[in-house]
Ligand binder design. Structure first.
Ligand SMILES: *Cc1c(COP(=O)(O)O)cnc(C)c1O
Length: 421
């Protein structure tokens, strides 16, 4: 299996090589050169999550240095459950937040860390990552203590919740937290600049851990694939997924799983007030916007980088629209959804999950699975005032919140970032 750039100017690379590059040298993103033909009969309902993952990902690492280690990589990465729940008889929810930092990004970050720490060669590597909230914690937790790897996490100062900040700045050891005076797009921009800076690349070996890394995208296909088969077994129909979307990583992974032939119907992208994706589906014209701050802040992205992968997947806009639709959800609607789900069902959702829940209720048909991306205790400052109750903190999270946090502050420029490397 080879990986090519969405911009088509790079010779095909192996999975390990593409991991090492992060961003493709032509500025594009790596995608599989072709989608493998999957033999669906290998997926036994009795398989554990990590066994299912190893079976699905095997062709994606075909002939790669890491292929023989894939079962061990998957045991390290897929070591927590992703339950499919039915909170009410007519709703289905895929809970992706039972990992170490209580957000779906644990899946991708842990797979990436298991892969990078096994790459051949002895040079020290630097993982550079920009975060709009949950990525930083997940990456810190996935890489802390891994030998020969330094991690630098950039987050937008004051734009994430205090508990999110804590989860980024609590790790110590080989994990350094940097607060950028700007927004997420500023963080992402200077990471991209650093990754493509000849001067910096000369002195160190960078690896990206943002959702632009192919090593984060591929493992996210696994829960869509497995859940779609489980759902069909239970309900007798292929489900559609309603995915809370920001940088489009999670959604592209769901679409890749669909393209592999798993029983997935439509994909609905639930966005917040950041309207670039919604405007694109309405007009067919792609125009990134400045980022708007919302209650679902891990989705505050005005220029989602995985848009390139989405475009690369479809030969035409018409075909894209057959598989995908978009629902934009305002902050007022998010609040109302959090309140009503608690009031009616006694369920508590994070603002991102509430975005999907709201979008789902406006859809025709039965077989929809809303995707729950974070535990509500991570967003207590938003959710607790709405429901008028304290949220119980899951044990893995309270352990992190009790640690001291340490970070440095910088201006939003590459020059300022260099002083931290
Ligand atoms: C990152 C994140 C999202 C958005 O995922 P993308 O892959 O960026 O679209 C949604 N919800 C939560 C809780 C997140 O952390």
């Amino acid at each position: 299996m080879k990986y090519v750039s969405t911009r088509g100017q790079v010779l095909p690379l192996s999975f390990s090589e593409a991991l090492g590059e992060g961003l493709a040298p032509d500025g594009g993103l790596f995608v599989p050169a072709e989608f493998p033909k999957i033999d669906m009969s290998v997926f036994d309902p009795k398989m554990t999550f990590d066994q299912f993952a190893a079976a699905l990902l095997k062709p994606f690492l075909d002939k790669d240095d890491l292929q023989s280690q894939l079962p061990a990589i998957c045991r390290g990465a897929f070591n927590f459950p992703v339950p499919l729940k039915f909170p009410t008889p007519e709703s289905a929810l895929l809970e992706l937040f039972h990992g170490p930092t209580a957000a779906f990004k644990d899946v991708g970050a842990r797979f990436l860390a298991e892969c990078i720490s096994r790459l051949p060669g002895h040079q020290k590597r630097t993982v550079l990552v920009a975060t709009s909230g949950d990525t930083g914690g997940a990456v810190g937790g996935a890489f802390v203590g891994k030998p020969n790897i330094d991690v630098v996490i950039l987050f937008p100062k004051g734009k994430i919740s205090p508990r999110q900040e804590k989860q980024i700045a609590c790790w110590g050891k080989n994990v350094k937290a940097v607060a950028v005076k700007g927004n997420f797009d500023d963080c992402q921009k200077i990471v991209k600049e650093a990754l493509s800076s000849k001067e910096l690349r000369h002195t160190r070996s960078f690896v990206s851990a943002n959702s632009i890394s192919i090593g984060r995208l591929l493992p996210q296909m696994v829960y869509y694939a497995k859940t779609s088969m489980d759902y069909r077994r239970i309900k007798g129909a292929a489900p559609g997924f309603v995915i809370p979307t920001g940088n489009l990583g999670n959604a592209v992974a769901g679409l890749w799983a669909k393209h592999l032939g798993f029983p997935i119907d439509k994909i609905v992208l639930a966005t917040n007030a950041n309207r670039s994706i919604g405007d694109f589906f309405a007009s067919g014209k792609w125009k990134p916007n400045a980022t708007v701050s919302t209650l679902a802040n891990a989705m505050d992205v005005g220029n989602p980088s995985n848009m390139e992968r989405l475009m690369a997947l479809y030969p035409s806009f018409e075909q894209m629209k057959k598989d995908i639709s978009v629902v934009s959800v305002s902050d007022d609607q998010i609040k109302k959804e959090i309140f009503e789900r608690f009031d009616d069902d006694l369920e508590v959702y994070c603002p991102h999950t509430a975005t999907a829940m709201f979008a789902r209720r406006g859809l025709q048909g039965q077989n929809w699975i809303a995707v729950a991306t974070a535990h509500p205790a991570k967003f207590e400052s938003i959710v607790e005032p709405i429901i008028g109750q304290l949220i119980r903190i899951p044990p893995q999270l309270s352990e992190l919140l009790n640690r001291p946090s340490v970070y440095t502050e910088i201006e939003p420029t590459l020059a300022a970032l260099k002083t931290q490397l």
